[in-house]
Design a binder for this molecule. Structure first.
Ligand SMILES: Cc1ncc(COP(=O)(O)O)c(C=O)c1O
Length: 511
């Protein structure tokens, strides 16, 4: 059996090798070193256009704007591509505001989200002409003060917190996998509950320098199914209606449905991630009972049972972006008029993060060691020169990425192994997954690493972080340089009283 992974869009297999657009992954590692993050410009542009076309098709009522979430991938080169495609930008921090402004997004299409926003962030956002998406009561007066000082109008939206009572399946956002989505969404920090909205909205509407232009919502990633999105939009429309009625028939000019939709290959895999420990745990009682067989007999039986455990990344793809857009727009067009909200001329915005960036990235690393234990149980370890500390965004969200050995895509998957990273932690990037005949020097490719991963890397073990390369057809360019060891230590400061025992010239400890 060869690798069954879906290679499509910017990825292809040629002569048994993985290609990203027209670049052989093996050549990229040869030229730019290992490990590296690789991004595909073509995939970025394709994804944006899919969002734009699908949402425009479903929302002929008014303008549609795609505001990809900068947090998912705030590389300057990536942001420039998105601005070039006519996108807006969902930002969280002052740093993200800076990159958005430098990349050329139209300021009124920058949505400044999140809690907390300090006074200087609010001031600078308003000065740039960005929209503030209000997510706390305390922000209102700060916005009014800044608008007065700047002598300009602040255009704001209120981030609502609709209760998704129609969707009680377990949330994928919560590791244990048993929390109903409606409850998990309520516990998530974003959004203002109804009582607060109707307290601050009338106050905002009386302010001379502040104009309420619409509503926003974002619930985090709970479920890929279109049924979830229908229920979410129904809840959003209901909440908009409730607020607008309380405000005496207010009509919004723009609504923003946030992000949260899945990556096509959907590396979310809490089920698999948690199955393996559960399977090993199931052996606990058996293993106790097996003590009666003596040590040799016990290990013999356990070895057979452990051999049956093989994990696989999720093979159920997420619905297409077109199906997601249809579920959202269809529900909003049906539900908003029922709530007395006119959709004609209403701007619809969407803020995809993972679904925009996930499949634009591949991480390439190299096999450095292979360790095999043959007795008393069989356990294989394939060590690669990357680390889980460079995938913290995905780890936090229980990702198990699909993968291939980029130089052995036609090879039969004959065995299984843990794929282990280079840090001193257990660093189990992949638990007991199928592998071909692996050798030192093989190139290991993890898919769908374009969202949240590179931007959340750490320097654990004093490891310099790797470079990012952007592929455009048969060209590749470094868009974020690899760190050097000097970069890793550049923020360290040695207080005077600790300087004495080190010679300034050679750095050696003096006698
Ligand atoms: C306000 C807002 N919009 C959009 C997103 C993007 O979410 P996702 O990457 O799940 O699409 C986030 C992520 O946390 C967010 O907070």
């Amino acid at each position: 059996m060869t690798a069954s992974v879906r290679v499509d869009d910017c990825l292809s297999k040629q002569n048994g090798h993985l290609f990203i657009e027209k670049c052989d992954a093996i050549d990229l590692v040869r030229e730019y070193g290992s490990p590296i993050f690789v991004l595909s410009e073509d995939q970025i542009r394709r994804n944006v256009r899919k969002f734009q076309e699908s949402f425009r098709k479903g929302w002929p009522d008014g303008p549609v704007k795609v505001l990809p979430a900068a947090k998912a991938n705030w590389l300057s080169a990536v942001q420039r591509i998105l601005a070039d495609e006519g996108c807006g930008c969902d930002i969280y921090s002052p740093g993200e505001l800076s990159v958005a402004l430098a990349s050329g997004f139209e300021p009124h299409l920058i949505s400044v989200n999140g809690v907390p926003k300090d006074a200087s962030h609010i001031y600078n956002s308003l000065k740039s002409g960005a929209r503030i998406t209000i997510d706390s009561v305390e922000e209102v007066d700060v916005i009014e003060k800044a608008a007065r000082e700047l002598n300009r109008k602040a255009y704001v939206r209120l981030r609502l917190k609709p209760v998704i009572s129609g969707f009680t399946d377990s949330s994928n956002f919560v590791a244990e996998g048993l929390v109903p989505t409606d409850i998990a969404a309520m516990a998530y920090k974003g959004g203002l509950s109804y009582d607060y909205v109707i307290k601050i909205a009338p106050k905002i509407m009386k302010m001379e320098n502040v104009e309420l232009v619409g509503f926003h919502q974002h619930h985090g990633r709970h479920h890929a199914s279109t049924r979830y999105w229908e229920e979410q939009m129904k809840a959003f429309a209901g909440e908009i209606g409730r607020v607008c009625r309380a405000l005496g028939g207010y009509q919004p000019k723009e609504i923003d449905i946030g992000g949260g939709f899945a990556i096509p290959r959907d590396p979310f895999n809490a089920a698999t991630d948690y199955t393996e420990p559960v399977q090993l745990a199931a052996l606990y009682t058996i293993s106790k009972a097996l003590k009666a067989l003596g040590t040799t007999g016990r290990y013999k039986v356990l070895a057979k049972l452990i051999d049956t455990i093989v994990m696989k990344p999720n093979q159920t793809p997420a619905p297409e972006i077109a199906a997601y857009a249809e579920a959202c727009t269809g529900t909003l067009r049906r539900e908003l008029p029922k709530q007395g909200i006119k959709t004609e001329g209403l701007m619809l915005q969407v803020e995809p993060g993972r679904a925009m960036h996930g499949n634009t990235g591949v991480h390439l690393s190299t096999v450095t060691n292979i360790k095999r234990m043959t007795s008393p149980i069989r356990w294989n370890i394939v060590v690669v020169d990357t680390t889980e500390f460079w995938f913290t965004g995905g780890r936090y969200e229980h990702h198990l990425h699909d993968y291939v050995f980029a130089n052995k895509m036609d090879a039969e998957m004959k065995d299984k192994a843990d794929i282990i990273g280079r840090s001193c932690y257990g660093d189990r990037l992949m638990p007991t997954v199928p592998i071909p005949d692996v050798e030192v020097g093989d190139v290991f490719a993890m898919f769908d690493t374009g969202a949240y991963q590179e931007v959340s890397m750490s320097n654990f073990n004093a490891m310099p972080r790797p470079a990012t390369v952007l592929v455009t057809g048969d060209r590749a360019s470094v868009v974020r340089k690899a760190e050097t060891e000097d970069d890793v230590f550049q923020r360290d400061v040695i207080p005077d009283h600790l300087k004495n025992n080190i010679s300034e010239t050679d750095g050696k400890i003096s006698a």
